[in-house]
Ligand binder design. Sequence first.
Ligand SMILES: Cc1cc2nc3c(=O)[nH]c(=O)nc-3n(C[C@H](O)[C@H](O)[C@H](O)COP(=O)(O)OP(=O)(O)OC[C@H]3O[C@@H](n4cnc5c(N)ncnc54)[C@H](O)[C@@H]3O)c2cc1C
Length: 408
Amino acid sequence: MADTYDLAVVGGGAAGLTAAISAARRGNSVAVLERLPSPGRKILATGGGRCNLLNEGLAPSSFTSTDPALVASVLERFGRREIREFFSGLGLRLQADEKGRVYPATNQAASVLKVLELEVRRLGVQVEAGFVVGRVEPRAGGFRLRAADSRAVEGRAVILAGGGKAYPALGSDGSCYGLAASFGHRIVTPVPSAVPLLVKDRMCHLLQGQRLLVRAGSRIGGRAGRTAEGELLFTQYGLSGTAVLDISEDISIALNRDGLRDVAVVVDLLPDMTAADVAGELSRRMKAGWETRSLVSGLLPEKLGPLVPQLAGEAGAAAGKGDPREKARRLAGALKRMEFAVQGTRGWNEAEFTAGGVDAREVKPGTLESRLRGGLYFAGEVLDVQGGRGGFNLAWAWATGLAAGLTE
Ligand SMILES: Cc1cc2nc3c(=O)[nH]c(=O)nc-3n(C[C@H](O)[C@H](O)[C@H](O)COP(=O)(O)OP(=O)(O)OC[C@H]3O[C@@H](n4cnc5c(N)ncnc54)[C@H](O)[C@@H]3O)c2cc1C
């Protein structure tokens, strides 16, 4: 006989543990079924081991989704204040940085997981580790959840909180999509997001390892998309760094979901100077007789120096020829608008997030119950809701966990 619980939660990640706590605090018997040997492994890896668990600017507009109304309904009830209260109630001190990113005051993701685990234990939640849910079968009065080995658990209600497909080594392998689809749910094609990009360009090879503060933007089918300011890292395979991760979602959707090929990253290497100022400075240096490869010295890292003759040439003004002011203007243009054609992304193993998932329109606002099957709920990254980097995605996991855990 399988053990029967009021609630069975598939996945012991950020959303699943929070949902379990939320439901158990209301007196429900709860089981968390987690495929890895212990829950919360991804939490430990977040924020570079510091866990950026919230953003002070949390708002529905921080997210994209097939159903923005669903996002608003959840955050209305469990917003920034409620998430802060939830963690301070668990005994976790928080601190925010100048960009509004909230971290545990210990600066350790392990503190976040620890307080969640202590509460799970205090409430008597049953955590079944190494339990890979392979099937969720409807039964009279609830569901039977079966593992690949012959284990089974019954739940009067079920929350699917198995995450998306990003970073499968940390547990989320996309299997919850299949479980949701078995109840007729539509899955918006998941693609990797917050992911480094593949670019075949000699510049990347030559500048390998170079970090720069830039403004980067996407250009898809000739149209300018999102922009972000931050770090650009040239790598052997292409481009990475926070600015690139921040604009990668639209690019990944264009390449991996929509099958588009005309996709590029446009980089401004000198975002704090206008094109006219850059041209003026370059022109002054040319008139003073600076050699071409030294023209950007002091403006940009020295590693770029040897590339300047090529850039000047590409900009249509071969070194040493033509009107210096025109040559300076063109070189400034090349530095302010450097374009890299993108061939692909580095894929799931290097993605921080999933864009896509269970169609949010098929989920009831507020409660997160399936519109297709009563007693079935969703929480976290499994839903087609994506936030920017900076603590928004974990905020979504906590907020949806708290909301779905209110299941009747
Ligand atoms: C390296 C990295 C760093 C990140 N840093 C940040 C950050 O600082 N701030 C931020 O806001 N976001 C960050 N994110 C994103 C954030 O971690 C996720 O959005 C969030 O963890 C999603 O929570 P979740 O509970 O929905 O899914 P997950 O955390 O992925 O948890 C899902 C759980 O379900 C389990 N599971 C899956 N399928 C099954 C199954 N069939 N049976 C049983 N168990 C199953 C998995 O093993 C996993 O433990 C980061 C992501 C990565 C990969």
